[in-house]
Design a protein around this ligand. Structure first.
Ligand SMILES: *Cc1c(COP(=O)(O)O)cnc(C)c1O
Ligand SMILES: [Zn+2]
Length: 480
């Protein structure tokens, strides 16, 4: 059995605004002096260079087979992630290690390119948010132990999946942690709402959109003793870096000729993916950075707008969002934008021009991306569909090499977004979405017999009549 790592780093919050550093023995979300966002840094990271890249590859590969639960999930990459947490505090609910599934041959042919989905919907609460929560809750358990806290109230605003993940991990950890989630009323799907309710969280609804809830949560975090679980919490970013580490590991640490597509909402995930690849690159564990494409809907595209301007004319302006089927990414003022700006600059410097780009896609392309994928045996959610739309868009713009392998982030399970599929199929999507359903893609259940037939017909009669109707509908021919 693999040993639990002995390395302990010295981690600090570093403000991206004024570069001030703060101790991790307190909860910090924004810089007390300038209001900037943080990244967590291991100030002894350079010590890790004592090991050759091959040692790291071998170590991570061995841990992938470990039966030690603390090393099964995202903490397999312990030294690169949060090397301050002790084994006893690590929370593992089966997150991470999600499959990379090659696009079906027919789908690949239709798109004109080899690509794969990494199914982060196969995490415990059915989205990638579990990666961040596993890390945030492990750190929180450590803090509770250090301070002897008797009660910790965790809060988050959510487009649906953050609250599902936060409530799940809080329910598992139990005392002294209590979970409160703030949701924009009517702006999360029924499935996503059922998740924190089922986990027993305190669910509060506000009129408005995610950005409105986020401001309330920020106010609470600044003025009251609560633990904020949005991606402003830099521990979540660390946990989500595991997504990048897993891609590298799956391809035997060779990312040449690969391009990764990630949908951008609050921009925590793209931050984590960049930071993760940059760490592997810094230690020589990968010799080449993959290209990275952020994808945004034209209904919520502030990051796309920023990068669409020429470098000397760039300035960040939040946008007012319009309804989006990629609802989990429907955010006009992404909290992590300063992190993206800082990391993208490094990513381009190390990876060369075009290493980081953002493409914009229509709502129509997003939902049809999801339907196209799922009709070929995939389980992409609308945001996964957004990534496929992004790949098609990048090809249209001539940004892809046909030999390149694209890896698309299917960030959640399709089932969470079944309501959008229903509305598309039944032609009931409100006009604001700007989507015109293609009747050829609609799939609705067909009635075989009218309801009264069940009472009217005797049992064999019912079976024979129903079977004859099925034969008619399908045009079956008899067995020879
Ligand atoms: C949260 C979420 C996103 C957006 O990720 P950010 O880190 O907010 O950019 C995309 N897809 C799904 C399914 C999500 O839950
Ligand atoms: Zn600062």
């Amino acid at each position: 059995m693999s040993q639990f790592p002995s390395y302990r780093g010295r981690m600090e919050y570093r403000c991206l605004g004024c570069q001030e550093r703060y101790s991790i023995d307190e909860l910090h979300y924004t810089c007390p002096s300038c209001g900037g966002v943080f990244l967590l840094e291991d100030t002894t990271f350079d010590v890790l260079r004592q090991h050759a890249p091959d040692w790291w590859r071998k170590t991570f590969d061995e841990r992938a087979a470990s039966k030690r639960t603390a090393l099964r999930g995202i903490f397999r990459f312990y030294e690169l992630m949060a090397p301050v947490v002790d084994e006893e505090h690590i929370v593992y609910l089966g997150e991470g290690n999600t499959p990379i599934v090659e696009a079906s041959p027919a789908l690949s042919r239709q798109v004109g390119q080899r690509f794969a989905f990494k199914n982060d919907g196969q995490n415990p609460s059915a989205s990638f948010k579990d990666r961040g929560m596993a890390c945030a809750f492990s750190y929180l358990k450590r803090l509770v132990a250090v301070h002897g806290w008797k009660e910790v109230i965790t809060v988050c605003a959510s487009t649906g999946d953050t609250s599902a993940a936060a409530a799940l991990y809080a329910a598992y950890v139990g005392d002294p942690i209590k979970s409160v989630v703030l949701l924009p009323k009517g702006k999360v799907t029924a499935q996503q709402l059922s998740q924190p309710l089922g986990s027993g969280a305190h669910v509060l609804e506000l009129p408005g959109v995610f950005d409105d809830c986020m401001k309330v949560v920020e106010y609470l975090a600044e003025n009251y003793r609560v633990a904020l679980l949005n991606s402003k919490n830099a521990w979540r970013i660390l946990g989500q870096e595991s997504y990048a580490f897993e891609i590298a590991q799956w391809y035997d640490w060779d990312l040449a000729g690969k391009a990764v597509f990630v949908p951008i909402g609050n921009a925590g995930n793209i931050t984590a993916v960049m930071s993760g690849f940059l760490k592997l690159y810094a230690l020589g564990i990968i010799e080449q950075l993959p290209r990275l494409f952020g994808v945004q809907s034209e209904h919520a595209d502030p990051v796309f707008q920023y990068y669409a301007a020429s470098p000397e004319h760039r300035s960040f302006t939040p946008v007012r969002v319009r309804p989006s089927v990629a609802q989990a990414a429907m955010i006009g003022n992404p909290v992590s934008f300063p992190r993206v700006r800082a990391l993208a600059e490094r990513y381009e410097k190390e990876g060369g021009a075009g290493a980081f780009q953002v493409v914009q896609v229509s709502e129509q392309a997003i939902i049809e991306g999801m339907l196209l994928a799922n009709r070929h045996g995939h389980i992409a959610c609308t945001q996964g569909g957004e990534c496929l739309a992004g790949l098609l868009r990048a090809r249209e713009l001539g940004l892809m090499d046909p030999q390149e392998l694209a890896i698309l982030d299917a960030t959640a399970h399709a089932l969470k977004f079944a309501g959008f599929q229903d509305m598309y199929f039944s032609g009931t999507l409100p006009a604001e979405y700007n989507i015109t359903p293609n009747p050829a893609l609609a799939n609705l259940p067909k009635p075989v017999l009218d309801d009264a037939a069940k009472g009217r017909l005797a049992e064999d009669e019912y079976t024979r009549t129903a079977a004859r109707r099925v034969v008619e509908i399908l045009g079956l021919s008899a067995r020879q």
